[in-house]
Design a protein around this ligand. Sequence first.
Ligand code: UT7
Length: 329
Amino acid sequence: MTQQTNKLRSVVKGVGAALPRRCVTNRELEKTVDTSDEWIVQRTGITQRYIADKDETTSSLGAAAARLAMARAGCGPEDIDLIICATSTPDLTFPSVATMIQAELGIHGGVAFDLQAVCAGFVFAVATADKFLTSGSHRRALVIGSETFSRIMDWNDRTTCVLFGDGAGALVLEAQSGRGSNADRGVLTTKLRSDGRHRSKLFVDGGPSTTQTAGFLRMEGKEVFRFAVGHVTDVMTDAFAEAGLTAEELDWFVPHQANQRIIDASAQKLGIAPQKVVKTVQWHGNTSAASIPLALNAAFEDGRIKPGDLVMIEAIGGGFTWGAALIRW
Ligand code: UT7
């Protein structure tokens, strides 16, 4: 990457996360679903997930995660001028979850909107916020991934209902000027892709314009698995190439947490050492757009991710949509 002076970067100032009160183990699911702890652990690595109660919503979980990220960033409501919430499970069809969180946190300036790229939503939201911040139009962004996928589960479909969970995570990103070198903190590069031909492999069978219901998630798991392992590494390879960095220089790989086997296969394909891979799928299940910020928060809280570390985030979701971002933490 060529060096420039006074190049704006989107620097991580704070991270936060929130989970519903209720934790549901595989053993507990065995009582109501024709499944077993052994099957779920062997095929996915998941041992438990959190399920939101009626009073816990995508906006309330997102607001809690955002509040923690702001506190860690030392930010007040007046400091935030951009809120992007990645979600596919909004409280209502509209207004956006982002504007609900804005009101809840007492933020009255700037702009707030939702972004929908399913499980890749958080990577898309980081990339979008980065474009706002590095253009100079906005100074400090809340980037949130929040989901209540339990609400769009068909609890009679054991091939999907054991996989997903609820939760939220958030980052505060701040525009800071630097030299534009790879040593400067901030988002170094982002790569996004989509291919709508894969619609039938992962979708929700309802919506305002068709059924007037929220619908249920439907997935051809094997096909998604194959695509995730076979194709999604392209955005990571492109991100490394553009930044002039290699997988060996990475400190932490924080992928979307859908399945331990997908995570391991992707890391192996890219030559990323297993000890650099952050995994939280065992605790949270697949929380869609919330999975990456939940994992970032876990690795921040246990002291693994530190300022200056090189972090790769990556995800694939319905559409298909997929993307990666390289961040100097
Ligand atoms: O975040 C968005 C992206 N989503 C993903 O990344 C998910 C990608 N896909 C996957 O993670 C995996 O494909 C699954 C975990 C969904 C499934 O694993 P699999 O190894 O592909 O299993 P399968 O679908 O081939 O099912 C194998 C067997 C079947 O039985 P038969 O036909 O072999 O007798 C299923 O009926 O496992 C059975 N099965 C179950 N058994 C117990 C499916 N679901 C369950 C279950 N409990 N919950």
